[in-house]
Structure formats: structure tokens, C-alpha cells
Design a protein around this ligand. Structure first.
Ligand SMILES: NC(=O)c1ccc[n+]([C@@H]2O[C@H](COP(=O)([O-])OP(=O)(O)OC[C@H]3O[C@@H](n4cnc5c(N)ncnc54)[C@H](OP(=O)(O)O)[C@@H]3O)[C@@H](O)[C@H]2O)c1
Ligand SMILES: *[C@@H]1O[C@H](CO)[C@@H](O)[C@H](O)[C@H]1NC(C)=O
Length: 376
């Protein structure tokens, strides 16, 4: 039996689904000779760690109880000292993590799983990597800070997995890495990597006003609480940066050209969310409608995409042929077109749901299972 001890940082939508997947996959994994031993779980306030680090994990009922608690909006510290584990408040927990990493890192191995949405995990991630641990991330932020941080994190590429940072559970990064390994040069990547913006652009294509479409997207739960977090394009830009860096471009966030769908005058420090939804959006309707019509007269459609080509990396609205994978996109799927020497006229296309707690957590779990050969 192979054992993967793991620490989960972040127990929100994705993290708690991951714990549920781990528990429900117990018998499948044991058929494969694999045991995932959860030795610690952290949220924004504290970290809970099992006492007998070398032999035990938090037991399944306890993990499920923890998920229920987090789902109800409580803190992990609520479960304090339930017999077989201890709670450490931040930032004291950082020392504990480093201690665990040094105890387990080289001996039994340790997978450090980042399901937070925080840029604050990067320093601990770099430390545990140096101590021989593996890192699995759903969190994009550690990979999109400075090039120096990126290179430090990626020093031992076999020990790092982050499939879910782009396209959630879709095999985007795995596919790119296979293409790169085979020496097939990647000429161009064009991708719609935001479910929200995919939905918005395909709805405005039908002639619906942007304002109406964004309000509908919000009520369907497709957007962030403040839809400007989606419309600004920064999340897409982070994914584009991750892809560009995989292709070997040594660039930072500030060299990506990002087109926001709303002007600065409607930014969060100028307008409230309600004002934006009520008044601001209406002012954007005409411009988008004109662009939609102009594209249509060229036989094209508008999509909000990232384009990575040569040294160029940009994010924004593009006219694309109606009769292409991206042009045919309807609704909230992610679609990625990859043009290489082998896939030159017809690109390799990866399409499917690119968000959601369940699929994202499934992608993280697959990453963990994928590194099992690195464990004794
Ligand atoms: N949901 C998706 O569809 C999706 C898809 C792809 C990628 N992702 C990425 O996956 C990550 C998690 O997403 P989510 O939707 O699960 O977010 P979420 O529900 O906001 O959960 C974030 C979790 O991280 C914890 N946290 C925040 N700062 C922390 C810190 N410094 N140390 C330890 N824990 C910390 C939070 O603690 P509290 O519970 O105490 O607040 C919370 O449990 C994000 O980076 C997101 O971009 C999500
Ligand atoms: C993801 O999980 C969070 C926390 O459990 C929940 O609030 C949110 O609605 C879930 N999102 C989806 C799309 O199911």
C-alpha cells in the first residue's frame, strides 16, 4: 500500500469538495493500492493537525463533519482539540507546517495542497518545496506573482501539479505538457477561459443587451458577487500568464495587455455594485451591440479570449470565425484552441465546464493521485 500524507490549505468550495471526494474514493483508491492520509486542514484563521503525524490521519467522519461546519460558515477552530488533533492559529501555524514538512518531506513525503484564493501561501509553498514536499494547487496566485517566485516554485517540476488553475478539471495543462514534451512547437493558443464571459459573449451575440445579460448571469450564480471581478478580465489574465509561462515565456502580469469590459470611471472605488448593475451597465450596451453587429457583418462573432502567440500575450474581446470551436461556443463552457505544427490547420480543442467546486476538486484529486510514484 502506497500512502500519500497531505495537508490541505483552504477549505472553501473547492477544498471541502476535495475532502468529500477523498472520502468517497476510499475503496477505489484502496483497490489501486493507494491511501490518502489527511494530516492537516487549514482555513483563513487556523490549521488543524493530527497528533500522530507519522501514523495517523484525520478520520473520515471527522473530515465530513469539518466540511459540514465549513459549509455552515464556521471556522475550523470550532472543532478544537477533539481528541486526536490540535489547532494552531495563524501565523503560528506557519512554523507548524514547516515542522511537519521537515518531519515528513524527505521520509514519507508530503503533499501540500493549496485550495485557498490567497497570495499569502507562496512563501510557505516555496519552503515546503525546498524540504522535499510535493505541491498541488488550485490557487492561481502563487503562480502569477513574480518570475522569481515562479521559478522557485517550479524548481522541481515533477513535484508540482496545478491542473485546476486553468480550466478547472479540464486537462489543459496536461495536454500542453505532452505537446511540449514531444517537441511539437506551440504557435498559438486562443482560449475562452471564463465561464462568465463565455456566457455573456454568446448571449450578446443573440442581440440581448449586455446589461440584461450580466444581470441574468449574476442571478444564475455565474458571476462573482461583484460582476466587475469577472468583467475586468484579471482572472483570465492570470490563467493566460500561467499558460504563457508553461510555454517558457518569462513574463509578468504587467506585460499582459488586458481589456476590461467596463471603464475605470465605473470601477469599484467609484461606483457601488448596485449602481454599476443598475446605471453603469446601461451605458455600455450600445458600444458592445455595435461591435457585435460589425463582427456579424464580417461573418464573425465576438469572444472574450486570451491570445498567446510568439512573445505576445493579450486578453480581451476578439472577432473570431463563427465556424470555429470558439465561434460555436454557447453558454459557460471553457474552450481552448491550441495551434502547433501537428495541429496547424485544425487546432487541438479542449472544451467543457471550466469552473465549479466539484470539477475543480476532481482535478485537484487527480493531480494528487498522479504524483503517487514520488511516494515510498
Ligand atoms: N470554484 C471554482 O470553480 C474554481 C475553479 C478553478 C480554480 N479555483 C481556485 O480554487 C481556489 C479555491 O476556490 P474556492 O471557490 O474554494 O474559494 P473559497 O470558497 O473562497 O475558499 C477559500 C478557502 O481558503 C481559505 N483561506 C483563505 N486565505 C487563507 C490562508 N492564508 N491560509 C489558509 N487558508 C486560507 C478560506 O478560509 P475561510 O474558510 O476561513 O474563509 C477558505 O476556506 C481559488 O484559488 C480559486 O481561484 C476555483
Ligand atoms: C461552491 O461551494 C461554496 C461553499 O460550499 C458554495 O457557497 C457555492 O455555492 C458552491 N458553488 C457552486 C457553483 O456550487
Amino acid at each position: 500500500m502506497k500512502t500519500i500524507p497531505l495537508i490541505l490549505m483552504g477549505c472553501g468550495g473547492v477544498g471541502s469538495h476535495l475532502l468529500q471526494h477523498i472520502v468517497s474514493c476510499r475503496s477505489l483508491h484502496s483497490l489501486q493500492g493507494l491511501l490518502l492520509r489527511v494530516v492537516g486542514v487549514g482555513d483563513s484563521k487556523s490549521l488543524m493537525v493530527v497528533d500522530d503525524l507519522l501514523n495517523k490521519g484525520l478520520d473520515d467522519n471527522f473530515l465530513l463533519e469539518l466540511c459540514r461546519l465549513k459549509h455552515a460558515g464556521e471556522s475550523i477552530s470550532k472543532l478544537a482539540d477533539s481528541g486526536h488533533c490540535h489547532v494552531f492559529a495563524h501565523p503560528e501555524s506557519q512554523g507548524k507546517i514547516v515542522e511537519i514538512a521537515s518531519q515528513l518531506g524527505k521520509k514519507s513525503g508530503l503533499a501540500f495542497v493549496d485550495c485557498t484564493a490567497s497570495s499569502g501561501t507562496v512563501s510557505v509553498l516555496k519552503q515546503v518545496v525546498d524540504m522535499g514536499c510535493c505541491v498541488v494547487m488550485a490557487n492561481k496566485k502563487p503562480l502569477t506573482s513574480t518570475m522569481e517566485d515562479y521559478e522557485n516554485l517550479m524548481k522541481y517540476p515533477r513535484r508540482i501539479r496545478h491542473e485546476s488553475t486553468v480550466g478547472a478539471g479540464l486537462p489543459v495543462i496536461a495536454s500542453l505538457n505532452r505537446i511540449i514534451s514531444s517537441g511539437d512547437p506551440v504557435h498559438r493558443i486562443v482560449g475562452s477561459l471564463s465561464g462568465t464571459l463565455g456566457y455573456v459573449m454568446s448571449e450578446v451575440e443573440d442581440g440581448k443587451p449586455l446589461s440584461q445579460v450580466v444581470r441574468a448571469a449574476k442571478s444564475l450564480g455565474y458571476t462573482e458577487p461583484d460582476p466587475r471581478d469577472d468583467l475586468g478580465g484579471m482572472d483570465v489574465a492570470r490563467k493566460a500568464l500561467i499558460l504563457a509561462r508553461i510555454l517558457g515565456r518569462r513574463i509578468n502580469m504587467d506585460s499582459i495587455q488586458v481589456e476590461s469590459l467596463y471603464p475605470k470611471e465605473m470601477g469599484p472605488d467609484v461606483m457601488t455594485v448596485d449602481d454599476f448593475l443598475g446605471r453603469g451597465l446601461l451605458l455600455l450596451d450600445n458600444d458592445i451591440q455595435e461591435r457585435v453587429e460589425k463582427a456579424a457583418s464580417n461573418g464573425n462573432v465576438l469572444r472574450y479570449v486570451c491570445v498567446i502567440e510568439g512573445p505576445r500575450c493579450k486578453v480581451g474581446v476578439q472577432e473570431l470565425p463563427k465556424n470555429s470551436a470558439l465561434g460555436r461556443l454557447r453558454g459557460s463552457d471553457n474552450v481552448l484552441e491550441v495551434y502547433t505544427r501537428c495541429y496547424s490547420d485544425q487546432p487541438l480543442v479542449i472544451q467543457g465546464a471550466g469552473a465549479g467546486n466539484d470539477t475543480t476538486a476532481a482535478g485537484v484529486l487527480a493531480d494528487i493521485v498522479d504524483i503517487q510514484d514520488l511516494f515510498p
